[in-house]
Design a protein around this ligand. Structure first.
Ligand code: SAM
Length: 216
């Protein structure tokens, strides 16, 4: 890895937000999935979560521009498991959902650990998920059409979260644990070697100042 690349990796990892995430409920169209991943990367999301009854392996379109490589994806068999898992990790899960009880998305404090639940393109958030979450948020609409495209809704909410976190100085300090930071720097810098170490169940070697692999 050339030193300039390592600098870039460090710069991006230093701004990753481990306590801000997105949970997708059956969002299955490749262009939507890709646009969501790209926005997540842009605001510094480290990992996203998904439940997908349509296919096990997500397919990305050109829209992602490779951003799926920089944002981890955790999959779950059912929405209940995903929501409970996030809540156990102290996330407050908000469904972006056009319901009677939804509050304006700008009223939420996104500096607290937050997960945004996005619903499927056609049917929105399921009743089961809507009941399990900690609250509903809505992006006010003044047009003839009732809802936004799911990836657009994601971007609107996440850039509000980014605004609040910028103001709170969350991008000025490294927020990943040193272990996750080191591990991810290695995976991003040396993906093939990392995959080999992973297959062999071995821990990654340390990286030097310039991003070079140090002998163990
Ligand atoms: N017919 C669906 C419904 O009634 O929910 C519309 C689904 S919309 C195309 C896809 C997803 O985008 C929704 O489930 C929601 O997560 C998000 N979304 C779209 N517009 C939104 C808005 N104005 N406020 C909050 N979320 C929105």
């Amino acid at each position: 890895m050339i030193p300039r690349r390592y600098e870039r990796i460090k710069q991006v990892l230093a701004q990753r937000q481990p306590d801000l995430t997105v949970l997708m409920e059956d969002v299955h169209k490749p262009h939507n999935l890709s646009a969501i991943m790209r926005t997540c990367d842009a605001v510094g999301i480290f990992a996203v979560h998904a439940v997908n009854r349509y296919s096990e392996t997500p397919t990305y379109s050109q829209v992602a521009q490779g951003s799926e490589k920089w944002v981890k994806l955790h999959s779950y068999p059912e929405i209940k498991t995903a929501i409970k898992h996030l809540q156990q990790q102290q996330y407050r899960v908000y469904a972006a959902h056009l319901s009677e009880i939804a509050i304006d998305y700008r009223e939420v404090d996104y500096t607290l650990p937050t997960a945004i639940l996005l619903g499927t393109e056609k049917w929105g958030v399921t009743d089961e998920a809507a009941d399990l979450v900690d609250g509903h948020i809505i992006i006010p609409m003044q047009g003839m059409v009732q809802s936004l495209n799911v990836s657009v809704a994601n971007a609107v909410v996440l850039f509000e979260a980014q605004r609040q976190r910028l103001q709170a100085g969350f991008y000025d300090q490294v927020r990943l644990t040193p272990e996750i930071y080191q591990q991810t720097a290695f995976e991003w810098g040396y993906p093939e070697i990392a995959a080999m170490y992973y297959r062999q169940g071995k821990t990654y070697p340390q990286l030097g100042e310039q991003g070079e692999i140090l002998p163990s």
